[in-house]
Design a protein around this ligand. Structure first.
Ligand code: AHR
Length: 500
């Protein structure tokens, strides 16, 4: 028997809705085909943006979208992506398949997409191959209301009003594809860029620094020491608002990443265990950040995370197209629970990537679109957005495989503004049901219901032919008595309990 005890009337930290953010790069079929089809497409679109995808993402309340990369960001020159489509220069997308990028999806199209999605934009600027001036001018183009060369250029391109823009990335993976920099060098670059990338409007730009790759604690230590603590604004330099950690759940290096759909229990276990490693990373990076920033003014932002397998057979290896199974749903559930539990420091996260790339929310094929199991987890978990994290104590057994073991269950809980309490639970054991009691303190339970996402096989997934193989359904059998809820959590499942 497993047990949860939660104090529904307590809590100190709000779960930022931005933890439920997304990431879309000019990579494979994410932006082109997956989002942008052009105005002349036969696929239903609004100003070139496909509407089935917009509707699906609005349903899960997408709060923020990061763009244009990824590695692409540090080779992207924004001025190639404005003005009439016919006069935009092309470029080679060297990172992702060597394909020719026509730059038809640029600044105006991205900001329009965010409007259509009703989400906030998060733009990643080019540090690796760009200049301070180029980045400064991009922000001026986007946000300056007065008369200036960049604001006038924006008006000439059809947009009078500046856009509202809060989140700004100062480079991407500058320890790797973004310039192979050392942390000492990057910290100075961040200080320099942050100084000149001004606040042209009243958005109060959040300048987000490139953070560590997984367990590179030296990076966090150095960047926090050298650039994370500037608070005096003597030279007009605004403070660092966030540090961006990247961590992907994978089995090994390229060639040994395994298949997204063809796997046994060994790879099920290994992926879920690796997903849980996120908690260690957050704990350790937060400990370093706490030393330099005890008041937690700098956000830890996990702006790339998700599963990464070998591409689907027969697809372009540079396009990172993979299917998405019940296993990915469990990775999403575990990871989002971890982010919720660490919402005192983790204030944004962006799963990679929204459409057709890595752990996608939706997959498209021509005019067809299918929602993945990961999508359904984001749909179930959206109740946590901007809700109060409530203290939860979980006691459970372990799921053992070979000589290793991980906890069978994982959970987080929050209280929304109407006083409803939501618990999200993952049972990673593929064979055994978990019998659990939830002792809900601090409220009188008048109603409780639960939803479950599961399937017959660990590799179950949705296809264009069978789009509803893995979808949430009502979980029957909840017993409510004397302030307690008892329920059976099916094997290999994600469960949402709603209590009012
Ligand atoms: O998401 C795919 C790639 O993974 C991104 O472009 C890069 O930042 C990371 O290495």
């Amino acid at each position: 028997m497993s047990a949860i005890v939660l104090d529904s009337d307590l809590g100190r930290y709000t779960i930022s809705r931005y933890i439920y953010g997304h990431f879309a790069e000019h990579l494979g079929r994410c932006v082109y085909e997956g989002i942008w089809v052009g105005e002349n497409s036969t696929i239903h679109n609004k100003r070139g943006v496909r509407q089935d995808v917009v509707q699906a993402l609005r349903q899960i309340k997408i709060p923020v979208l990061r763009w244009p990369g990824g590695c692409f960001a540090d080779e992207y020159h924004w001025r190639d992506g404005i003005g009439p489509h016919t006069s935009r220069p092309t470029m080679v997308n060297t990172h992702w398949g060597g394909v020719t990028e026509n730059n038809h999806f640029g600044t105006h199209e991205f900001m329009d997409l965010c409007d259509q999605l009703q989400c906030e934009p998060y733009i990643c600027g080019n540090v690796g191959s760009g200049t301070v001036r180029e980045m400064q001018q991009w922000v001026e183009y986007l946000t300056f209301d007065g008369k200036s060369p960049m604001a006038d250029l924006r008006r000439a391109n059809g947009r009078d009003d500046p856009w509202s823009l809060k989140f700004w990335g100062v480079g991407n993976e500058n320890w790797g594809c973004g310039g192979r920099m050392r942390p000492e060098f990057y910290a100075d670059q961040f200080r320099r860029y942050a100084t000149y990338v001004r606040d042209f409007g009243d958005s109060g730009l959040h300048r987000i620094a490139c953070g560590p790759n997984a367990d590179n604690y030296h990076w966090t230590e150095t960047v926090m020491a050298e650039a994370g603590t500037i608070r005096d604004r003597r030279y007009g330099t605004p403070p660092m608002a966030g540090l961006a950690l990247h961590y992907y759940t994978r089995l090994g290096p390229p060639g040994r990443r395994g298949s997204a759909t063809e796997f046994g229990e060994d790879e099920w276990f290994a992926i879920l265990k690796n997903a849980l490693h996120m908690e260690t990373l957050i704990d350790r990076h937060s400990t370093i950040m706490d030393r330099y920033d005890p008041d937690k003014l700098v956000d830890l932002i996990v702006d790339e995370w998700g599963t990464w397998y070998e591409v689907e057979p027969g697809t372009n290896p540079g396009f990172l197209y993979q299917q998405n199974t019940l296993r990915d749903a469990l990775v999403a559930g575990l990871t989002l629970n971890i982010f919720n539990r660490h919402c005192d420091r983790v204030r944004m996260a962006n799963i990679a990537q929204t459409v057709n790339v890595l752990q996608a929310m939706v997959l498209t094929d021509g005019d067809k679109m299918v929602k993945t199991p990961s999508y359904h987890v984001f749909d179930m978990y959206k109740v946590h957005q901007d809700a109060m994290l409530v203290p939860l104590n979980l006691t459970c057994g372990t799921y053992e495989f070979g000589r290793e073991a991980i906890p069978t269950l994982d959970a987080s809980a929050s209280r929304d503004q109407d006083g409803r309490v939501h618990i999200t639970l993952c049972n990673v054991d593929p064979q055994n049901t978990a019998e659990i009691t939830c002792d809900v303190r601090g409220m009188t339970i008048s109603a409780a219901e639960a939803q479950v996402l599961t399937a017959g096989k660990i590799s179950a997934h949705n296809t264009f032919e069978d789009p509803d193989a893995v979808v949430p359904s009502n979980l029957p059998g909840l017993i409510v008595a004397e302030g307690q809820i008892a329920l059976s959590v099916p094997p290999k499942s994600v469960v949402l309990i709603s209590i009012s």
